[in-house]
Design a protein around this ligand. Structure first.
Ligand code: CA
Length: 229
C-alpha cells in the first residue's frame, strides 16, 4: 500500500484529501504545520507528498527545497493562488506537479496515481531502490550502510556492519569463525579469528534485547554462527 503525506493547515481541505485518498486504498498521514510536516517528510517513509504552500512554521517553498536535497519522493504542491503556482514553477524547486485550490478531489487522486506509477517506473529503470534487509525489528540498509533496531538507528563500525550484513544476507547458513574472518577481513592468515568473536559480541550488544539469549545471531557450539530468520 502506498503511503501519502499531506501537509496542509486547513482542516477541511486536509480531511477531504485524506478521505478521497483512503477511499482509493492509500495510507494517509496528515501534518498541520510546516515544521512537523518537514520532519515527517524527511524522516518518514512516504511514497508521495501533497504539500500546501502557505503553512505555519515552515512554508511549502522551504519544505520542498529541503526534501529535494535528500529525497526524490514525488511532491504535488497546492496553493490557493494561481500566481504562487507560477512563482513556484519559476523557482524550479523540484516539485513534480502543482494544483490550484479549489480542485476536485478525484483529480487529486488521479494525479497521485499518475505520479506514483511514473515514479515506480523511474526507480525500476534507472534508480534502483536501496537494498534493504528487514527481519523482525532489525532493518539493514546495505546501500546506505545504515542499521535500525526497532526504528532506532544504531552506529556500527565498518567491520561490524560488514559482518552483520553478510550473516543477514545468508540466513540459516552456519559459518565457522574462519569462514567469517576470511569473508569479512579478506586476509587468510593475518589477524586472529578471536576478532570474529569480539565483533559478534559488539553486534549483539547493539541489536539484541538480551545478548545472552540472542534472537538474531545464534551460536552453534563448536561450529560457528548462524543468522536466524
Ligand atoms: Ca495553507
Amino acid at each position: 500500500m502506498s503511503r501519502i503525506l499531506i501537509i496542509e493547515d486547513e482542516d477541511s481541505i486536509a480531511d477531504l484529501e485524506k478521505d478521497y485518498l483512503e477511499l482509493s486504498a492509500f495510507e494517509v498521514e496528515v501534518k498541520h504545520d510546516g515544521v512537523e510536516g518537514l520532519q515527517s517528510a524527511l524522516e518518514g517513509n512516504f511514497d508521495l507528498i501533497i504539500l500546501d504552500l502557505m503553512l505555519p512554521g515552515a512554508d511549502g517553498f522551504e519544505i520542498c527545497k529541503k526534501v529535494r536535497e535528500v529525497k526524490d519522493t514525488p511532491i504535488i504542491m497546492v496553493s490557493a493562488k494561481k500566481d504562487d503556482i507560477d512563482k513556484i514553477r519559476g523557482l524550479g524547486l523540484g516539485a513534480d506537479d502543482y494544483m490550484t485550490k479549489p480542485f476536485s478531489p478525484s483529480e487529486l487522486v488521479a494525479r497521485v496515481k499518475a505520479h506514483l506509477s511514473r515514479f515506480e517506473r523511474l526507480t525500476a529503470n534507472g534508480r534502483p531502490r536501496n537494498e534493504v534487509i528487514e527481519i523482525r525489528g532489525l532493518k539493514i540498509d546495505r546501500t546506505a550502510r545504515r542499521i535500525w533496531v526497532n526504528d532506532e538507528e544504531k552506529q556500527f563500525t565498518t567491520k561490524e556492519f560488514d559482518l552483520l550484513a553478510f550473516l543477514a544476507s545468508n540466513p540459516n547458513h552456519v559459518y565457522s569463525k574462519e569462514e567469517l574472518f576470511k569473508n569479512i577481513w579478506d586476509m587468510e592468515s593475518v589477524g586472529d579469528i578471536a576478532t570474529v568473536t569480539v565483533h559478534i559480541k559488539k553486534i549483539r550488544e547493539k541489536i539484541e534485547m538480551d545478548s545472552s539469549n540472542p534472537q538474531y545471531i545464534e551460536t552453534i557450539w563448536g561450529v560457528g554462527y548462524r543468522f536466524k530468520i
